[in-house]
Design a protein around this ligand. Structure first.
Ligand SMILES: Cc1cc2nc3c(=O)[nH]c(=O)nc-3n(C[C@H](O)[C@H](O)[C@H](O)COP(=O)(O)OP(=O)(O)OC[C@H]3O[C@@H](n4cnc5c(N)ncnc54)[C@H](O)[C@@H]3O)c2cc1C
Length: 485
């Protein structure tokens, strides 16, 4: 067939949604409820639909079904990025309409977005319950936690299945193995160019498009571009991450969207590299020590409660030689009731009757490990060990201190797990306003273009845990409603 004869297939809808995770399906259901014709395109085969959302427990940082945690806004704001310009902070405290364009387009955690997320979390949970999703406070894998975590019963999978079932009933078209490649806008019509399951081009036209295609954790080229050397040591914590390759972010930026969030960072989790299981976490390091492949400690393992610190500790592991470390602990771990709930790897703990044996089993230099443990043991205080609260058992006179739960490691057999930084999702994405409209580099909403979920940029520094699924639901719903209003 010659170029002149080639005519791609085309379909038209009111709304074209890229991605079928929580953000995309929330947008689809909200728009379908307003009577819009909707297509959801999804690159994965149907059994894998749902991206990252499919694999998550889906904790919501909420103290009840109607209220976010007490520290919600404070945490997001305190992780607003380094050395923020006071002029920006002052300008952003005025009503939004008065913000200068460069502030509307700034990549900071936008106070408009943070307050919309906090205010709409409760109503969005109520809205999700309409579709048969139940919420409860169920046990988590954190042994100590600063914030409460509400979760949908059945996790993210239960949510996307309920939303998809409803969407299909309302006539939403779901196309699987269909990948969005580019976006264009002519007049009042947006077009997403896709490759369908046969690799053929399919043009999808809509009055508006919602980009809900996740981050770029599944794209080694973008990871290297934005994270640099750290990229070679990370891998997605679950299968869904491999499908998120950043096309949505790229197509929006190419069309003039402003970037937001920290493109050079990501949400990290401590992962056992030997395991292929979903979220093979090793989360007991606050009770032991972490050593790198040279047998040396490199940070404070317990600056606070584990749910606050596992993110930046996991990222720091990626900066160690070969991007790996080992948690070293001993039989005193059994003083921590139910400690194994913090271990989600399916691989066995590595054991040694002596530290030398343990070092050999881990491939660590035995003399260095023994010296590290001896120095640590000598610096451990006496005092009451309180496994589930900050007990202030801090080391003394150690160059790298440990702030809590410091007890000598001297009761063999000794134990270890290897840990690498798993990538949950990337921080960098598209700037949106409180109506989920994509904002251009001059702070203006881009006609007919919306984004929600991981594809949008919000986070800097340390991830405020249990807020990513809820932002997908909140801004996905807003996008679906606003785009069809
Ligand atoms: C194991 C695990 C545990 C987690 N735990 C929590 C938690 O407890 N609480 C929390 O808040 N967050 C958690 N997260 C993060 C959270 O799950 C995600 O950030 C959130 O679900 C993202 O939703 P989303 O809809 O934006 O993206 P996704 O759910 O990733 O959906 C994006 C979809 O877009 C599709 N797609 C990508 N590119 C294209 C393209 N070009 N064309 C067509 N389709 C495309 C993908 O296949 C995918 O289905 C966890 C993540 C994981 C992996």
């Amino acid at each position: 067939m010659t170029q002149a004869q080639y005519t791609p297939r085309e379909m038209s809808f009111d709304l074209v949604i890229i991605g079928s995770g929580i953000a995309g399906l929330s947008a689809a259901v909200a728009a379908a409820d307003k009577g819009a014709s909707v297509v959801v395109i999804e690159r994965s085969p149907e059994p894998d639909f749902g991206g990252n959302t499919r694999w998550t427990e889906s904790y919501f940082r909420m103290k009840s079904e109607t209220e976010v945690s007490d520290d919600f806004e404070e945490r997001l704001v305190s992780n607003a990025g380094f050395h923020l310009d006071p002029n920006i902070i002052e300008a952003a405290s005025a009503p939004y309409e008065q913000w200068p364009p460069y502030v509307k387009a700034h990549g900071m955690p936008d106070p408009e977005i943070v307050s919309t997320l906090a205010n709409m979390a409760g109503p969005t949970v109520t809205w999700l319950k309409q579709y048969g999703i139940k919420f409860d406070f169920l046990p988590t894998y954190f042994l100590t936690a600063a914030a409460p975590r509400l979760m949908p019963v059945g996790g993210g999978l239960a949510m996307i299945e309920a939303l998809r079932t409803y969407a299909l009933k309302k006539g939403v078209t779901c196309l699987y193995e269909t990948t969005a490649r580019s976006f264009s806008r002519q007049g009042a019509r947006s077009t997403v160019t896709t490759a369908d399951s046969t690799g053929q081009e399919l043009l999808l036209h809509g009055k508006a498009v919602v980009i809900a295609s996740g981050g770029f954790q599944g794209n080694p080229e973008m990871l290297t571009q934005y994270l640099g050397q750290a990229a070679k040591f990370v891998r997605p914590v679950a299968k869904g991450g491999y499908y998120n390759k950043g096309e949505g972010i790229r197509m929006a930026l190419a069309a003039g969207a402003a970037p937001a969030g920290d493109f050079g960072s990501y949400h990290a989790e401590p992962l056992d590299p030997r395991s292929g299981a979903t979220e093979a976490l090793v989360m007991n390091f606050t009770y032991g020590i972490l050593v790198n492949k040279h047998g040396k400690r490199f940070l404070d393992e317990a600056p606070g409660l584990v749910d606050v610190h596992y993110d930046h500790i996991s990222r720091a592991i990626g900066e160690q030689p070969d991007g790996i470390c080992y948690v070293i602990f001993d039989q005193s771990i059994y003083d921590v009731p139910n400690w194994k709930k913090s271990i989600r790897t399916d691989q066995p703990v590595i054991q040694g009757n002596t530290l030398q044996e343990l070092a050999q089993a881990c491939g660590l230099p035995a003399a260095a490990l023994s010296a590290t443990v001896a120095a640590y043991n000598d610096s451990c205080p006496t005092g009451k060990f309180l496994p589930f609260e900050l007990d202030g058992l801090a080391t003394t006179n150690l160059e790298i201190p440990k702030s809590n739960w410091s007890r000598p490691i001297n009761q063999g057999p000794f134990m270890a797990y290897p840990i690498i930084p798993g990538i949950c999702f990337t921080y960098g994405g598209i700037k949106i306003n409180k109506d989920s409209q994509v904002v251009d580099n001059d702070g203006r909403p881009m006609p007919g273009l919306y984004a929600a979920g991981e594809a949008t940029g919000l986070y800097h520094q340390v991830y405020t845990g249990a807020t990513s699924v809820m932002r997908g639901a909140v801004f996905g719903k807003i996008a679906g409603e606003h785009a069809t209003a």
